[in-house]
Ligand binder design. Structure first.
Ligand SMILES: *Cc1c(COP(=O)(O)O)cnc(C)c1O
Length: 461
């Protein structure tokens, strides 16, 4: 299996190289050259398997010879061993034909653990074999950073630097990043928004001298291996509800478009997905783009679903690459226009996007109302991100096709917003009940590339 860049100008890589690199050298994102297919009988055969066995079968074709079967099995076993639910990604029913996929039973209580724990294990196995060391740098609106720090803490071949927007992540998210005491993990509080953090990470990857000097590696949702890990739960949940004999739809609370793009990959592999509904909060650039073809950033307005507070959605580039018939030059052109003030998707590409994706938007009042309503009618306490999903999903329910809404974080990660909406204070699960007592370690830094690089160089060169 070989991997190509969405901008068509970077070297073609193996799975291992694409995983360790993250962002391509032409600024693009890696995708498999061809998408492996699963026949209906192979999909049907996932029924009744453990999550780990299903994960092995879905991901194996993408790994090539990076790991042997036995190595990959062992990696997957270690990846999900720390999850607090035996099913890993259990489904619960919210109403007639509407189901919630609980993706928050991992160690940091958000769906990002599914991918980040896997990446941690894969990096460790690959780097140890090669006798190499890397410096992982990532930007976070809260959940990626905590998941990354949790996945890499204490590993020998890796240093981790996570840039987060100061004052714009929840206290639980911040504490999950700042309380691990291992010397190889660092939380950097940047004076700015998530988009500033993401832009500085991109700047560092585009500074080839710096990139090579510190051995930069990325684990943001631009990393293909993360998308791949997320493909698995689309299969397991759809099969639970009768796929491949029956179609299913998904609604996905969306920010950087990584999770919903994993659903698109599942669909391309042969899973009968009817609709993929992109649910945004008031930062609705994706909904506006899918509605009007215009992709125009207009500033972030902080919301109670902060992990979706973005205006530049990095993985949307992958969807554009597919919608433009894998024309890397066209994608590079759009990304140039984006640096000015935005772009307009061509009619043909918009039509291609709409073949798979629907979209909807949920404002702050609607988010609170969805938390309250779901608590009242089902006893399920939603985090604000999942509530955005449920609100949008309810507008897309049809009698024939079951809807699965992804619950992307545990309500206890956002206790203030959940309590204000529902009157219920969600308790932290017992394994992190002492989070508020642990000592924090924070490095504050201005939104300046040189300042950030200076901190990283001091540890990694
Ligand atoms: C990251 C995150 C999202 C958005 O996922 P993307 O893959 O960036 O679209 C939604 N909800 C929560 C809780 C998250 O942490």
């Amino acid at each position: 299996m070989r991997y190509v860049s969405t901008r068509g100008q970077a070297p073609v890589l193996s799975f291992e190289e694409a995983m360790l690199t993250g962002l391509a050298r032409d600024g693009g994102l890696y995708l498999p050259e061809t998408i492996p297919q699963m026949a209906p009988a192979e999909i049907a055969a996932l029924a009744g398997l453990s999550y780990e066995e299903a994960a092995f079968r879905v991901m194996r074709p993408y790994i090539g010879d990076t790991f042997t079967d036995a190595e990959f099995e062992a990696i997957i076993a270690r990846t999900y061993a720390g999850f607090a639910h035996a099913a890993r990604a259990p489904l619960v029913q919210l109403g007639p034909n509407h189901h919630l996929l609980e993706l928050f039973h991992g160690p940091t209580l958000a769906f990002k653990d599914f991918a980040m724990q896997l990446i941690g294990q894969m990096f460790e196995a690959a780097l140890k074999r090669n006798g190499k060391r890397v410096c992982i740098v990532g930007a976070t609106s809260g959940d990626t950073g905590s998941a990354a720090i949790e996945a890499f803490r204490g590993l020998e071949a890796v240093d981790v630097f996570i840039l987060y927007p100061q004052g714009r992540v929840s206290e639980v998210q911040r504490r999950q990043m700042t309380t691990p005491s291992e010397a190889n993990v660092h939380a950097l509080a940047v004076e700015g928004h998530f988009d500033d953090c993401q832009a500085r990470v991109k700047d560092m990857f585009n500074d080839f001298q710096f990139r090579d000097a510190v051995g930069l590696a990325g684990v943001n949702s631009i990393n293909w291996a993360r998308i791949l890990a997320q493909v698995v739960y689309y299969f397991t949940s759809a099969v639970s509800l009768g796929a491949p004999q029956r179609q299913v739809s998904f609604t996905v609370p969306t920010g950087n478009f990584g999770d919903v793009f994993a659903g698109y990959i599942a669909k391309r592999m042969g899973l009968p997905i009817s609709r993929l509904v992109v649910a945004t909060n008031q930062n609705d650039i994706l909904h506006r783009c899918l509605s009007s073809a215009k992709y125009t950033p207009d500033g972030v307005i902080p919301s109670i679903s902060p992990s979706m507070d973005i205006q530049v959605s990095s993985n949307f580039e992958r969807a554009l690459f597919e919608a433009y018939g894998r024309d890397g030059r066209a994608v590079a052109q759009l990304m140039d226009e984006l640096k000015a003030d935005g772009f307009t998707v061509s009619q043909g590409a918009l039509q291609a996007l709409r073949e798979s994706y629907d979209s909807g938007r949920c404002d702050e009042d609607q988010t609170r109302a969805a938390i309250r309503r779901t608590w009242d009618t089902t006893g399920e306490l939603l985090c604000p991100h999942s509530a955005v999903g449920v609100h949008v999903a309810e507008a897309h329910l049809v009698p024939e096709v079951p809807m699965i809404t992804l619950a992307t974080a545990h309500p206890a990660k956002f206790p203030a917003a959940v309590e204000a909406a529902s009157g219920q204070r969600p308790p932290l699960p017992s394994h992190m009940a002492d989070l508020y007592e642990r000592a924090e370690r924070i490095t504050e830094v201005e939104n300046d590339l040189g300042a950030i690089q200076g901190i990283i160089r001091a540890y990694c060169v």
